[in-house]
Design a protein around this ligand. Structure first.
Ligand code: NAD
Length: 353
């Protein structure tokens, strides 16, 4: 299996170095025969190729079996005509990675103010309120006059159906409970369509309990009682916001792993951004990327019927649980190690397992 590895911006090079070493170690231990191919995107690529991503890179990713994408300094990339393309959007759209799965759970040894919980946000990834991905050509934010601006939100039945199906399939492997998060009280047409799709898909999963929450109230519910949720399905922007909240409630955004998956391709990518406030300080938590890598291995195992890949993902998850129990972690979740040392001890743990 060939995996393209892109470190990204900000804390990306630090955390992706650890993640790459973890993948190499797991590959050696379980004979996965992973081939990790380093590539660049974001600021590095802008300097070298005058574009944050290139069609050549896309071709290499399409030719590979998976992609690990580091965090991107998206806010810096403002003008596509100057090659400043949002790499996350580029891969999500070009590879049709419509489902962004963002799990969040508490660990007994990580201090939080919450009751223990274990949930997953399933977020639509290819349309919604994201101006750079919901029109065929150009951008869906329009400056009508210097003082009037419009942003369009695209919701299609096709995308609603497939994200709902992903959520219900995932719920069948979890606690069989799907919560639909929406704003259909105001966005009656678009979120009305989303709700309609979710309830239609729900008919195929009679064992799954379904409830629904308006997105603003959801923020209160998830802070108050995160333990009442299992699988949460929602549209693009609501899922983006909600999943940062659930990751932080679990202890740190630095625990927020995620998988961007389509029918043919998948990309592991942490839920957070490039964290410029802590970049280069050896304090970023690498567990978000390591969890994302585990999710990618699991996806590859399911897709290609390779149980050893699923076993590799389980081994990474187990070692993470043990590392957290032993407080071999970065400071954001109560440990005292730097990024590099957290990785070093994690690798020893995998070797010894
Ligand atoms: P951020 O997600 O980078 O950081 C938010 C907070 O979380 C910061 O305090 C940061 O230090 C902390 N944090 C993030 N990752 C951490 C980790 N692994 N360990 C410990 N703490 C961590 O959000 P931001 O600062 O608003 O955005 C920075 C840049 O990232 C912007 O350019 C933004 O557009 C971009 N961004 C990219 C992605 C992506 O690539 N998928 C996602 C979100 C934001």
């Amino acid at each position: 299996m060939k995996i393209i590895v892109i470190p990204g911006d900000g804390i990306g090079p630090e955390t992706m170095a650890v993640c790459t070493h973890v993948l190499e170690t797991v590959s050696d231990k379980l004979n996965l025969q992973l081939q990790l191919v380093p590539e660049i995107a974001g600021h590095d690529s802008l300097k070298k190729h005058q574009a944050t991503v290139t069609p050549e890179l896309l071709a290499k990713v399409k030719d590979a079996d998976g992609l690990m994408l580091g965090p991107m300094a998206t806010y810096d990339f403002k003008d596509e005509s100057k090659g400043e393309i949002n790499p996350s959007k580029y891969f999500r759209k070009q590879l049709d990675l419509y489902a962004n799965i963002r799990p969040a759970k508490t660990f007994p040894k990580i201090p939080t103010r919450m009751n223990p919980f274990d949930l997953a946000v399933v977020r639509e990834n290819t349309e919604g309120f994201y101006a750079d991905r919901n029109v065929e050509s150009g951008n869906s934010e329009i400056l009508v006059t210097p003082d009037v601006s419009i942003s369009l939100r695209r919701i299609t039945r096709h995308c609603c159906d497939r994200i709902a199906k992903t959520a219900f399939e995932l719920a069948m492997t979890r606690k069989k409970h799907v919560s639909i998060v929406h704003k259909a009280n105001v966005l009656r047409v678009t979120d009305g369509m989303f709700m309609d799709s979710c309830y239609n898909v729900a008919k195929n999963y009679p064992e799954v309990t379904v409830d629904e929450f308006i997105v603003d109230a959801m923020m209160a519910h998830v802070v108050r009682n995160p333990e009442r949720f299992d699988t949460i399905v929602t549209t693009n922007m609501f899922g983006d916001i909600l999943s940062d909240l659930t990751a932080e409630l679990s202890g740190s955004l630095g625990l927020g792993g995620s998988l961007n998956a389509g029918d043919l391709y998948a990309m592991g990518q942490a839920a957070h951004g490039s964290a410029p406030d802590i970049a280069g300080q050896d304090i970023a938590n690498p567990f978000s990327l390591i969890t994302s890598a585990s999710m990618l291995l699991n996806w590859l195992g399911q897709r290609h019927q390779l149980p050893i890949y699923i076993q590799a993902a389980k081994l990474i998850d187990l070692c993470m649980q043990q590392a957290i129990d032993a407080k071999e972690t970065t400071i954001d979740i109560g440990g005292s190690l730097g990024t590099f040392q957290t990785g070093k001890q994690f690798i020893q743990r995998i070797q010894a397992a």
